[in-house]
Structures are given as C-alpha cells and as structure tokens.
Unconditional design. Sequence first.
Length: 180
Amino acid sequence: MTDVAASLMSLDEAEELTVRQVHDLYRSHVNRSQVALMTSFGFGRELVDHAEGAWIHTRDGRRILDFTGGVGVLHHGHNHPRILAARRRFQERQRMEVHKTYFSPYIAALGHNLAQLLPGDLGMSFFPNSGAEAVEGAVKLAFKYHAGRRAQILHADISFHGKLLGSGSLTGSAQSAAFK
C-alpha cells in the first residue's frame, strides 16, 4: 500500500469523526470561513446521525424538525421511501445519473410530466445544476421576455441568491454583500 493510499479516510472512519475533527477537516480542505459562520449562528455544533422525512436526528439523540428543505434542495424530506426505492433501482440496474452531454430519458420524461401539470402554454422546463444557475436562468428569461427594456430586477432585500457574480449581485442583505 502506498503512503497516499494509507492516508485516505474510509467511509467507516468518516462516520466516526467527532465534531471537532469535522470542523478541522472543513478548515483545512473545504471552507475555513464556513465553520466560523455556521458556529456563530449556533449551527454545526453536533453531527447528524440520520434523517427521515422532515426530521433530523443528531448523534446526541435530539430530534429536530427541518424547516430548511436542505437549503432549497430537499423539500421532499430526507430518505423518502419512494426516492430510496428509485435510487436502489438505479443502483441495481447500473443506470447513469443525469449527464449534461448525453440525452436523458429521465429528464425527457420529467419535462413531459411537468408540461402536463403546468397551466396554459407553460411547456418548457429548465433543469439547472445549482441555485445560482437557476437564478441566472430566471434573470435571462426575464431579460428575454422584456426584450431588454427593463432595467430593474425585483428581488428580496433580506436574501441570499447565490455566490456567483450575477446571482450574488441580487443579494440584498448587508451580511451577504461580501459576495458582490
């Protein structure tokens, strides 16, 4: 075994990390500022053991109702049985995840289903990779719809719209102004 391979962390080792170890690894390898920011608001002081539906269960046995929706990405809750069944099916059949350079029958079917559910002529969907890309897409759509005649964009003034320059420029809160 090489020295590099010996220094890699296994899944079991990751699951045994303490809060302090996780914070140290974040500071060294992920985002140093995130640890200071999150802990200053009282978050990140315990680790999650598991999550189910709208509930997060911490390692210390607390049960927390999750109102955040995974910061906009998990509004279906955590570990929903139908979603887990679909994930198992993907794994068993070795299906490829959605890929931007190959057509996906799953994206095609989802676009079709959304068109059936949406009113009127709302028949096209945009599937972005991130929230910032979604905001950028919305700005472009508004610009195109108004043929460039509108100079202002309505946005929430206590908000966070993303870290990219375009979406970040719409962030109205002073706390997030550093992203501008």
